[in-house]
Every structure is written in structure tokens, then in C-alpha cells.
Design a protein around this ligand. Structure first.
Ligand SMILES: Cc1cc2nc3c(=O)[nH]c(=O)nc-3n(C[C@H](O)[C@H](O)[C@H](O)COP(=O)(O)OP(=O)(O)OC[C@H]3O[C@@H](n4cnc5c(N)ncnc54)[C@H](O)[C@@H]3O)c2cc1C
Length: 304
């Protein structure tokens, strides 16, 4: 029997684990990936907005987190596959057959990138489908590329790629880009960038590597092909809630609803970080929420 089982080893879960140790809680952290860190593995830009811990990229920040966690005593299992979770009973069954039990559960499962769900999207990942504009800018230097999305991430990546690529085509299904005004102005004045609004990607085409995309414009009768060597998809994120979707209250976008103590509608089940905070998904927010949840759990257990 553990005091708390933390599901997810990103900044939120790691902070909850660190605080659990400090507060004398017996904590077990379960991470499905082979390594802890969550989205930090996908941050290639410098991080200057996490006060006191600026870093050249997510990996460097993770190294700092890991060295802070060295002295902390909590169990951490990576590469774990959870078969089922009973939030009311606080029981976790692993695919390996093991059954775990705790007094409290902290859900820190974060978010994943939304997919277009079109032909070629998964097939060409790493074969022309890019991970990040910052990381892949050099790889696609001098080539024609396409960016999908209309928010800040899509606009920022299109601008970054335009520094090195021959042409960048930004494809957005809405009438107007949602990106901040500064990005939109820069997109409009950049001669390398073409913006297609009210347009969708219908297929990614290639053999070994991406060779073209198929675009359908709202005013067009049939899709047309655009030759590109690279595609970057930035159409937002969605919360990782598949495991417990039916057991906890979610908002209209599928994020977990919590109160100011980060508790869900199920007593002694807490949710922290991006999976519960669509308004301000940040490292500082995730780390702060981890501290709050651990402190609330500790004070409740002490009062028993
Ligand atoms: C490109 C990029 C740049 C960013 N730049 C910044 C920045 O400059 N400043 C800033 O503050 N924030 C930035 N962020 C946002 C920041 O990374 C997130 O807000 C933060 O990582 C959220 O932490 P989290 O722990 O809630 O979730 P995540 O980091 O998403 O971690 C969730 C973890 O839960 C695990 N998990 C999911 N489901 C399960 C399951 N069923 N079982 C076990 N484990 C599971 C996942 O594998 C993952 O490791 C950036 C994000 C990206 C993608």
C-alpha cells in the first residue's frame, strides 16, 4: 500500500514526487515512456521563462530536474503499461500482472499532439514529417516545406523554417489565423511564405520520403498536389485521459476538472499539469500544481 501513486513523469508528476518525499509520503511514480521528462524531450528552444532554471532546451532542464531528484526517495517505474485503473478503489493493474494500491492517486498524464488522421501522416514520420521547426530547420534548408495549423505554434514554426527553407506553405482550415498579431504580420510580409486559409491537407504522398501534399481548398472542387519535402503538423494538443475518461469529470474539451486543491470530483484523486490546465500549460504551472497536490494529500493524511 502506497500513500500516493503518481501517473505520469513529466514536470508535474516529478514535482509531486519530489514534494511527496519532502513531506514523508510513500510515493510511487509510474511513467509509460522509457524515460521520465514528458514534453521536455520535445523542447528544442531555449527555456528562459521558468524562473531560476533557464536552460538551452528541454533536455538540459530535465538534467537539472534529475540531479535535484537524485537525493529524493520515491519509487519510479518507467516503461510501465497500465492495464486498468480504478480511481474510486485507488487500484492500478499493470499489464505485467502486478496490482498496486494507494490511498491517493495523482493524475499527471499531460497532453499529446493532435493528429490530422490522414493517409501518410504516421507512415512518413521522420521521413519528411518534422518533429520541430527549431530542430529540423537545417535538415530542410533550401527545400520546399508545408506547415499545418493556424495558431502560435504553427505560425512560429513557419517563420523559423522560412529562415532556411526555399518556400513555406502554411495551410489552415479556418478563415483567419489564430496566431498572435505579431506572428501574422511577419507571415504576411515574408516573401518565402504562402498562406492558404480555409484549406485542409487530405493526403501526404511519397515513396521513401515525403514528396508532396494534397490540399483541398474550400472553394476548390478537387484537391491539388503541392510538391514539398517536409511537413510540420501543429494543430494543437489533446489531454491523455483514455485510461480514466469514464471515471472522472472532464470539461467540454476533455481536460480533467479540478478544484483549487487540484482534487477531481473523486475524493483523493488529484490532477495536475497540462492534463488539467488547458488555460496555461507551462512548466511553472505544472511544477506548482505538483507541489499543491502533494501538500494537500500530506496534510489530509496527517489529520487522519
Ligand atoms: C515545443 C514545446 C515548447 C515548450 N516550451 C515551453 C516553455 O518555454 N516554457 C514553459 O513553461 N513550457 C513550455 N512548454 C510546455 C511544457 O512542456 C508543459 O507545460 C509541461 O511539460 C507540462 O508538464 P506535465 O507533467 O503536465 O505533462 P507532460 O510533460 O506532457 O508529461 C506527461 C507524462 O505523462 C506520461 N503519461 C501519459 N499517459 C500515461 C499513462 N497512461 N501511464 C503512464 N504515464 C503516462 C507521458 O508519457 C509523459 O511523460 C513547451 C512544450 C512544447 C511541446
Amino acid at each position: 500500500m502506497h500513500d500516493v501513486i503518481i501517473i505520469g513523469g513529466g514536470p508535474a508528476g516529478l514535482s509531486a514526487a519530489r514534494w511527496s518525499d519532502e513531506l514523508g509520503l510513500d510515493a510511487l511514480l509510474l511513467e509509460q515512456a522509457d524515460q521520465i521528462g514528458g514534453q521536455l524531450h520535445h523542447i528544442y528552444n531555449p527555456i528562459g521563462n521558468y524562473l531560476g532554471r533557464s536552460a538551452a532546451n528541454g533536455e538540459q532542464l530535465l538534467q537539472k530536474f534529475s540531479s535535484d531528484l537524485e537525493a529524493a526517495e520515491f519509487d519510479q517505474w518507467t516503461g510501465v503499461s497500465i492495464r486498468s485503473l480504478d480511481l474510486r478503489a485507488k487500484r492500478v493493474a499493470l499489464a505485467s500482472g502486478e496490482e498496486l494500491q494507494s490511498i491517493a492517486i495523482i493524475l499527471a498524464t499531460g497532453v499529446k499532439r493532435r493528429e490530422l488522421g490522414i493517409q501518410g501522416e504516421r507512415e512518413f514520420f521522420g521521413k519528411g514529417i518534422m518533429e520541430s521547426g527549431t530542430r529540423d530547420q537545417e535538415l530542410f534548408a533550401g527545400q520546399d516545406v508545408c506547415v499545418v495549423g493556424g495558431g502560435d505554434a504553427a505560425a512560429e514554426n513557419a517563420l523559423l523554417l522560412a529562415e532556411k527553407c526555399a518556400t513555406v506553405t502554411l495551410v489552415h482550415r479556418g478563415k483567419k489565423l489564430r496566431a498572435r498579431r505579431e506572428f501574422v504580420e511577419r507571415l504576411q510580409t515574408n516573401h518565402c511564405i504562402t498562406v492558404f486559409t480555409e484549406s485542409v491537407l487530405t493526403r501526404i504522398i511519397g515513396d521513401e520520403q515525403v514528396q508532396a501534399v494534397e490540399i483541398l481548398r474550400r472553394d476548390g472542387l478537387k484537391p491539388f498536389q503541392l510538391a514539398v519535402r517536409g511537413v510540420l503538423i501543429r494543430i494543437g494538443v489533446e489531454p491523455n485521459v483514455e485510461l480514466f475518461r469514464e471515471q472522472v469529470a472532464l470539461d467540454e474539451k476533455g481536460y480533467i476538472v479540478v478544484n483549487r486543491e487540484h482534487e477531481t470530483n473523486v475524493p483523493f484523486v488529484f490532477a495536475i499539469g497540462d492534463v488539467s490546465n488547458p488555460a496555461a500549460p507551462t512548466i511553472s504551472g505544472a511544477v506548482g500544481a505538483g507541489a499543491t497536490a502533494a501538500k494537500v494529500i500530506a496534510s489530509r493524511l496527517n489529520a487522519r
